[in-house]
Design a protein. Structure first.
Length: 318
């Protein structure tokens, strides 16, 4: 199949990450170019080993795996043991493949620079994305999870490094969130574990992991939070998308501010060129959520610590 979607998987490989990796690797529409390993469900060293373990079990060890961030942007500590002692429910296997030596930021930048549009499926904390955000030209993010309306709580991926989440929300205007309640509804019932074991080698491998996934909401099966991001990329028509305002509090100079991407600025820049008045405009690329290929004036959102004039100048230079 031609015109596959180039994908970077950014994982903290626990059990639902393993399902997402397998799904992404077997989708004909996707071309997994790189997998970056961040701390999260378990320590980064376990994440790297778990990721390679998954790839070797499905014979996809040719996909490059890169070590990434091992601590949160604000160095806070928050641990979870929903995926067993090593993130794969105690599953152990000697790995033969090694992660690449290339710095993960350089590897991400290389992949993005080689493609007109690269999709990054974030399955863990946003630390890697926050660290490399300035090097990425075009980006769409899926697979992230936020609070469940039916069972409200701060999602782990946000809670473990909320500083990175705030930074990403501020810098990336269009993010697709697959919310936690999707992973609670899209789960594999315990009664279907044996069906998975019978379908293929990959199914047998995943069936050994499912019983160890201890989700706080799904008690009779294995939640598939991270796999929902892959599903959205492959079949977005299965989902209902609605636009939402993201806001958070930030402290600066001893004061707290509510930050929200809800006030926009638009700029019109006119200049005489060869005796004619011209207006500055840019063409919307394929990574934009709507009106691709159309032209617009420089525009964007007002940051919490700037005036509309400052925002207008910044948007023109950006």
């Amino acid at each position: 199949m031609t015109n596959k979607l180039p994908v970077i998987l950014d994982v903290d490989t626990g059990i639902d990450d393993a399902v997402a990796i397998v799904m992404a690797c077997y989708q004909k529409q996707l071309d997994v170019k790189l997998i970056t390993c961040c701390f999260g469900n378990v320590e980064q060293a376990h994440v790297v080993k778990n990721t390679i373990t998954v790839l070797e079990n499905i014979n996809k060890q040719n996909i490059p795996v890169a070590r990434a961030e091992s601590v949160a942007l604000d160095s806070q500590t928050f641990k979870i043991r929903a995926h067993g002692i090593n993130g794969l429910g105690g599953y152990q296997k000697e790995i033969r493949t090694q992660p690449i030596d290339e710095d993960y930021c350089k590897a991400m930048h290389r992949v993005v620079s080689q493609n007109e549009l690269t999709y990054i499926i974030v399955c863990g904390p946003y630390t890697n994305l926050a660290k490399d955000i300035h090097k990425i030209k075009v980006i769409a993010v899926t697979g992230s999870t936020v609070s469940d309306k039916q069972n409200p709580y701060i999602n782990f991926n946000i809670q473990v490094d909320n500083a990175s989440m705030k930074y990403v929300l501020k810098k990336i205007p269009n993010i697709i969130f697959c919310t936690s309640d999707m992973g609670h509804k899209a789960y594999i019932p315990s009664s279907d574990f044996i069906k998975s074991a019978k379908c293929s080698e990959a199914g047998r491998f995943l069936a050994t992991l499912y019983p160890s996934h201890k989700d706080r909401t799904v008690n009779n099966g294995a939640a598939l939070h991270d796999a929902c991001g892959v599903a959205w990329l492959v079949k977005p028509n299965m989902f209902k998308i609605r636009f939402a305002k993201a806001e958070f509090k930030i402290a600066k100079n001893g004061k707290e501010y509510w930050v929200a991407r809800n006030m926009a600025v638009a700029c019109f820049v006119f200049a005489p060129i060869n005796g004619e008045w011209c207006v500055l405009a840019n063409q919307r690329g394929t990574g934009t959520p709507d009106f691709q290929g159309l032209w617009n004036c420089p525009c964007g959102y007002l940051d919490f610590d700037e005036t509309t004039k400052q925002a207008a100048i910044r948007e023109v230079f950006e």
